[in-house]
Design a protein around this ligand. Structure first.
Ligand SMILES: Cc1cc2nc3c(=O)[nH]c(=O)nc-3n(C[C@H](O)[C@H](O)[C@H](O)COP(=O)(O)OP(=O)(O)OC[C@H]3O[C@@H](n4cnc5c(N)ncnc54)[C@H](O)[C@@H]3O)c2cc1C
Length: 461
């Protein structure tokens, strides 16, 4: 009887899972295992909302596996040590996993591979997270892309793999000891956000609902935070509840019967999926972006200490309604609309002069979709320090951004109930100096025009 291990990581699904399908094709029995991390109380790069989503995904995965005849084995600790124990206990002769898109994952992969070699176990590391893996696309000169547009053109030219099959049956040996499925208590956390439904089925519902309608007006509405006009599948991609190949294939199917206008909207949507892969390859080729600014000329900017202004930003109490609405949406749901991510990020960096690294970390701790590559890319873009960044002198004005993207204040009022009775248009300009919008809402922390000049001087230096 051949026995393989499939190590679940950020691929918590049974449909088109490259590694799981390979393990099933090559072995009669497969042990699907998830290894829990063992940190307690707080972590620099994750927090309660994402861990709660993870718990729900594992529950759903365990149910799905059971319905196919298998069983999810849960272990904890360092992945290499936990997998070694399981391999020794069971005598499995091969180990499969999907490659991770971030450096913390790559480090562990190296250790796992070394451990397996030591044990004489065959390791299979599969490409799964992207349509075109991080090292596949290079410019004509053989170098990685620094600019999105040529990357995107090259990406679109390559043939696309279709989605693989869905698991129909899985046999897992009986009597393998397993921990219980985790709850937030495992990490000593408590939930304080109202998150989307986890699990593969819920993710597929979201995708289908989007591709059936909203995708055809995506271009027009995607920047309006008060409209549910985007796909809301970022946490599903982050946890691998859907494969990127399935998503792309659904877009292709939708395009086949669509009008010219519909197809244009679809292209804009696909272009967002390409941004995700662009940032994966940036992180792969330049992992140092996690340490410092991509552009060397911006590595010694004189940032302000993240004191009370940073705390006000985190809490949604800056007195800039669009910024506070975004930060409160993040606190309440573990999500923030993309346009508002850009506004809040730029505000932290260019109005409060706090380093993007503090914001990057706060987002990672709060976002359910916290994705190291996209988050770093988004922050460095907003700071004007990244690969394909907004030039540093392009500084968004939070008031005019409000006028453009939330002119009636609908989004603002959803997240800042104390501003409910203020006429929407008033929220798109600073209040009269010294006068609050309402008693219970703070005055703007800074004057945007003054801070803008300071930023320009800081960056020019
Ligand atoms: C400062 C900042 C931080 C960000 N942090 C993250 C993060 O941690 N995780 C994350 O997934 N996205 C991040 N983004 C990108 C973007 O905001 C989210 O992907 C998007 O809001 C998710 O909502 P959606 O699924 O409805 O997106 P849609 O508009 O429906 O887009 C579809 C998918 O495309 C991808 N995508 C869209 N925009 C981008 C982008 N700019 N960069 C990379 N991928 C993109 C996502 O996977 C998304 O789910 C960040 C952007 C900024 C400006």
């Amino acid at each position: 009887m051949t026995l393989a291990l499939h190590w679940f990581r950020r691929d918590l699904r049974l449909t088109d899972n490259t590694s799981l399908n390979a393990a099933l094709a090559q072995s009669e029995q497969v042990i699907p295992v998830y290894i829990l991390s063992t940190w307690k109380n707080s972590h620099g790069w994750t927090g309660a909302p994402r861990q709660e989503f993870l718990c729900g995904c594992l529950e759903s995965l365990a149910r799905d596996l059971q319905s196919k005849g298998g069983r999810l084995i849960v272990r904890q600790g360092q992945a290499d040590a936990a997998l070694e124990e399981l391999l020794r206990e069971t005598g499995a002769t091969s180990l499969h996993f999907n490659r991770d898109p971030d450096p913390f994952g790559w480090e562990m992969e190296k250790r796992v591979e070394a451990m397996a070699r030591r044990l004489g176990v065959k390791v299979h590391a599969h490409a799964d997270a992207a349509i075109h893996e991080r090292e596949v696309l290079l410019s004509g000169a053989g170098t990685p892309f620094r600019i999105f547009t040529p990357y995107s053109k090259a990406w679109l030219k390559l043939p696309k793999p279709g989605p693989g099959r869905s698991v129909s049956r899985i046999a897992t040996p009986a009597n393998i000891p397993s921990l219980d499925l985790p709850t937030l208590a495992h990490w000593g956390l408590q939930s304080d956000a109202s998150i989307l439904k986890p699990g593969e089925a819920a993710a597929r519902d979201r995708l289908c609902r989007f591709v059936d309608g909203p995708i055809f007006s995506y271009q027009e509405k995607r920047d309006l935070p008060s409209q549910a006009a985007t796909s809301r599948i970022s946490q599903d991609l982050r946890h691998g509840l859907l494969s990127i190949r399935e998503i792309y294939a659904r877009c292709e199917q939708a395009a086949a019967g669509a009008s010219m206008e519909g197809r244009r909207n679809l292209q804009v949507y696909v272009s967002e999926l390409i941004w995700r892969e662009f940032y994966f390859q940036v992180l792969w080729h330049w992992p140092e972006v996690l340490e410092h600014e991509f552009q060397p000329k911006f590595r010694n900017l004189a940032w302000s200490e993240p004191g009370t202004a940073f705390e006000a930003w985190c809490a949604g109490q800056t007195g800039f309604p669009i910024v506070d609405a975004g930060m409160r949406e993040l606190l309440a749901t573990g999500f923030m609309h993309n346009r508002v991510r850009m506004i809040t990020a730029m505000f932290l960096v260019k109005d409060l002069h706090v380093s993007w690294k503090h914001g990057e970390r706060w987002f990672m701790q709060r976002l359910v979709d916290g994705e190291i590559a996209s988050n770093n890319g988004g922050w460095q873009w907003s700071a004007g320090t990244g690969t394909d960044a907004a030039p540093y002198f392009r500084i968004q004005n939070p008031w005019s951004q409000t006028l453009r993207f939330d002119p009636e204040g609908t989004y603002i009022k959803q997240w800042i109930p104390e501003l409910r009775d203020v006429p929407g248009k008033k929220l798109a300009q600073p209040p009269t100096p010294g006068l609050r919008f309402v008693k219970s809402y703070p005055l703007p922390l800074v004057d945007h025009a003054i801070e803008r000049d300071k930023t320009l001087a800081l960056y020019r230096q």
